[in-house]
Design a protein around this ligand. Structure first.
Ligand SMILES: NC(=O)c1ccc[n+]([C@@H]2O[C@H](COP(=O)([O-])OP(=O)(O)OC[C@H]3O[C@@H](n4cnc5c(N)ncnc54)[C@H](OP(=O)(O)O)[C@@H]3O)[C@@H](O)[C@H]2O)c1
Ligand SMILES: C[C@@H]1O[C@H](OP(=O)(O)OP(=O)(O)OC[C@H]2O[C@@H](n3cnc4c(=O)[nH]c(N)nc43)[C@H](O)[C@@H]2O)[C@@H](O)[C@H](O)[C@@H]1O
Length: 321
């Protein structure tokens, strides 16, 4: 990608989109195209066509989606399926219609079967039933990666698909009902310490295992793929290491300095028992993560906590959002 190329970052205000924007700017790309969802609702087919006709980007990074944790996915099942299908169908189709040279589609590790062999290889896709709680979202993401594959087969489009593991970092969602586990526990432990609460509630049994990648590492991986990868098959992006939710809670409890008790609400779903990605394909392409989990959690907590103290950043960044 030439530094002068017109690059559209869809979802630039999100956790991933903003990390992509930071990385592109740090790398010297200066012809970047962005729109908020208020300026351009990507579910609106005519509006997306008009946008592409006006802006004619050379490259597209598709990081716009309806995203949330296990309870949000299981609550807003129709919205997670419909919104994500509409967003990706419109952006991928208009990217073809307007001659975009390369598009990166972001899926998720939840596309794989609930009980896939671990670590999960890309070829395990569709080899078994999905996890119920996020099946709508997973089906949308599978449709997105298949649509990229189909445009490549039929029209020769260079549309590639990355499957990131669970992510965290600046700009994460801290709403306790819709967020993912890591930001949720960071907020819960922080507020419990601030309010001197006796105990913190963890959802589920604490036994599921999860892999976590800092979003700045993901952004580097995405740009690496934009430069070095031109194949149809999706590529897993992760650390190749996981831990139990219980151990994650212990780590976040230690980082936040909370000293109270923990209890488990087993009425909440555990979801997939484990979804550790096989990251050998990405390693073969010459990329490896660099931000360790403890280091990443400490840096996110410190920066978010400082922002909250100085009342900076959008409410989304604030622990008390
Ligand atoms: N977070 C994770 O753990 C994780 C893991 C694997 C994969 N991913 C993937 O990474 C991508 C980004 O996730 P994220 O965590 O960055 O999510 P996020 O923080 O919620 O950001 C999502 C972005 O999508 C935009 N958006 C949503 N609906 C839209 C619409 N109708 N029209 C236009 N824009 C819309 C939002 O724009 P506004 O801010 O302007 O409203 C927002 O900036 C998604 O494809 C997700 O599936 C995320
Ligand atoms: C990457 C994302 O993975 C998501 O699955 P998934 O990791 O289970 O989503 P999370 O919401 O991160 O939950 C991971 C695990 O953490 C447990 N957990 C414990 N305490 C909490 C809490 O306070 N909040 C949350 N949110 N979880 C909590 C939760 O029950 C589950 O077993 C998919 O739903 C998305 O679609 C996406 O694919």
């Amino acid at each position: 990608m030439e530094l002068s190329a017109r690059i559209y970052v869809a979802g630039h205000r999100g956790m991933v989109g903003s990390a992509l924007l930071r990385r592109l700017q740090q790398t010297g790309y200066h012809n970047l195209v962005v729109r908020t969802s208020q300026e351009l609702d990507l579910r609106n087919q005519a509006a997306v066509e008009a946008f592409f006709s006006l802006e004619r980007p050379d490259y597209v990074l598709l990081a716009a989606a309806k995203v949330g944790g296990i309870v949000a996915n299981n609550t807003y099942r129709a919205d997670f399926l419909y919104d994500n299908l509409m967003i990706q169908n419109n952006v991928i189709k208009q990217s073809h219609a307007h001659g975009v040279r390369k598009l990166l589609f972001l899926g998720s590790s939840c596309i794989y079967p609930k009980l896939a062999p671990q670590p999960i290889k890309e070829e395990y896709l569709l080899a078994g039933p999905l996890e119920f709680t996020n099946e709508p979202y997973a089906l949308a993401k599978i449709a997105g990666l298949k649509l990229c594959e189909a445009y490549r087969a039929q029209y020769g489009c260079n549309f590639i698909a990355a499957m990131p593991t669970n992510l965290y970092g600046p700009g994460d969602n801290y709403d306790l009902q819709t967020s993912h586990v890591l930001p949720a526990l960071m907020r819960k432990f922080h507020e419990a310490r601030e309010r001197n609460l006796k105990a913190v509630e963890i959802w589920g049994t604490g036994t599921p295992r999860r892999e976590f990648l800092h979003v700045d590492d993901l952004a580097k991986a995405c740009l690496h793929l934009m430069v070095h990868y031109n194949e149809a098959e999706p590529v897993n992006i992760g650390t190749g290491e996981d831990l139990t939710i219980k151990d994650l809670a212990m780590l976040i409890k230690e980082v936040t300095g909370y000293t109270g008790a923990i209890y488990y609400d087993i009425s909440k779903p555990d979801g997939t028992p484990r979804k550790l990605l096989d990251v050998s394909k990405m390693q073969a392409l010459g990329w490896h993560y660099s931000i360790g989990l403890r280091e990443g959690i400490e840096s996110v907590y410190t920066s978010t906590y400082t922002q909250m103290l100085t009342r900076k950043g959008s409410t989304k960044d604030s622990i008390t959002a």
